[in-house]
Design a protein around this ligand. Structure first.
Ligand code: PLP
Length: 412
């Protein structure tokens, strides 16, 4: 299948699919079907034995298709392709990033357990941790990027941490968390009969620029709505990781029934073919935009990973964990909400919308939009002020993006 150790981008058009399965069609068709016909009763029995974990797979045996809540070719092939980028054993695709995240949290936490999580996390994740999980007797303890191992142990004293959940780079300030440190904390709370997994939301770096499984994480979660989908036309999520943990995630997905449908799976396979070229161009554009912003007199501060000062702790984490500065650029505009809104309302090419990672460039105001639910004191602590604007850079010509930013700043 992979004779030369091809790079993932070389395999996104073909991996896991055989044209002879589908009348020679070069592309995997959309298997818009709820159920699959067994050749005979014995085959049905064997497929179910595997699906319900009643026995181990025998060498070379392929799990058979049963019912689209359990498996479907458009999801299975997509999952195999996603595994290549992160070098994961297994992947499960979900109908949204939030369903991927909430399934992981529900599978690895039980009443009485504590969850250690990085701050800030995505708004929906924050809501699930702080408003939903406490109703099930599960509580979260947050930590920020500047806290040390000792400080984190101090604040978790007396609590049984059962999962470490990290989002890095953090949204919208690009603060980086050290995954090696997160692994060390999880090991501290692990015992012989209770392993504490580290789960990382890698949405901000897509599957291209950061591979958390290679830095001590056990699970990676994505909002596939963002870079993986990349065209602002679908909602989906994914979880990847080690086999034993993924079997638990997949089983809960089967019973919550929150897998993606075949049409979404097909769209995501199409998106994966251009993932590398899209993201590469987005990062090149982002660098130019960030440099332009940093030199502009109406800009106070730029939050861009390519501008981290050498020798700082953040720079060290960047060098260790990331292969690229990404395509998310935030900046403080001189002034406050009035100036930020004037800028946003004057843009002609950027779209004023939340979400990120898409082919078109987007701009938004975190304090009143994506992060309006975060408490005032947390917003202040995390640097999410009234003057902060977040940009997601797309694949347009960089000169046009800079022209747009210039004319909008001129009007402020
Ligand atoms: C968008 C996003 C999510 C939620 O994903 P949905 O696909 O919208 O459910 C989770 N984490 C991060 C970092 C996100 O940007």
């Amino acid at each position: 299948m992979n004779p030369k150790n091809f790079h993932p981008e070389s395999l996104m058009m073909s991996h896991g699919y055989k044209p002879e399965w589908s009348e020679g069609a070069i592309k995997c068709p959309i298997f818009q079907t709820s159920t699959f016909v067994f050749k005979n009763a014995q085959e049905g029995k064997e497929f179910f034995e595997l699906a319900y974990g009643k026995r181990e797979k025998s060498p070379g045996e392929q799990p058979g298709l049963i019912y689209s809540r359990l498996n479907n070719p458009d999801l299975q092939i997509l999952e195999e392709r996603l595994c290549l980028w992160d070098q994961a054993d297994e992947c499960a695709v979900f109908e949204s990033g939030m369903s991927a995240i909430s399934t992981v949290l529900l599978e690895f936490l039980r009443p009485g357990d504590y969850l250690l999580y990085s701050m800030p996390v995505y708004g929906g994740t924050d809501h699930f941790i702080n408003k939903v999980l406490p109703q099930y007797g599960i509580n979260g303890i947050g930590f920020s990027a500047d806290e040390t191992f000792e400080e984190i142990l101090e604040k978790t004293k007396g609590h049984s941490i059962k999962l470490v959940y990290v989002e890095t780079p953090a949204n919208p300030t690009n603060a980086l968390f050290d995954l090696e440190l997160c692994r060390k904390i999880a090991d501290h709370f692990s015992s012989e009969n209770s392993y504490v997994p580290v789960a990382v939301d890698n949405t901000y770096m897509g599957p291209l620029w950061q591979h958390p499984l290679l830095h001590g994480a056990d699970l990676v979660v994505y909002s596939a709505t963002k870079y993986i989908g990349g065209h602002s036309d679908l909602i989906a999520g994914a979880v990847l990781g080690k086999k034993e943990l993924m079997q638990r995630v997949r089983t809960l997905r089967t019973f919550l029934g929150n897998m993606a449908g075949p049409w979404t799976g097909w769209l995501l396979m199409r998106s994966l073919e251009t993932l590398k070229v899209r993201m590469t161009q987005q990062a090149l554009n982002a660098e130019k935009v960030a440099d332009y912003l940093a030199a502009h007199p109406k800009v106070d501060k730029v939050y861009y990973l390519g501008h981290l000062a050498e020798g700082t702790n953040q720079y060290k984490i960047f060098k260790k964990q990331l292969s690229c500065a990404g395509a998310m650029v935030s900046f403080d505009i001189k002034g406050g909400e009035k100036e930020a809104f004037k800028f946003l309302d004057s843009l002609k090419l950027f779209h004023l919308a939340v979400s990120l990672g898409s082919t078109e460039s987007l701009a938004e105001h975190p304090a009143t939009m994506t992060h309006s639910d975060v408490s005032d004191s947390d917003r202040q602590k995390l640097g999410i002020s009234e003057k902060l604007v977040r940009l997601s850079i797309g694949v347009e010509h960089a000169d046009d993006l800079i022209w747009d930013i210039k004319q909008a700043l001129d009007l402020v």
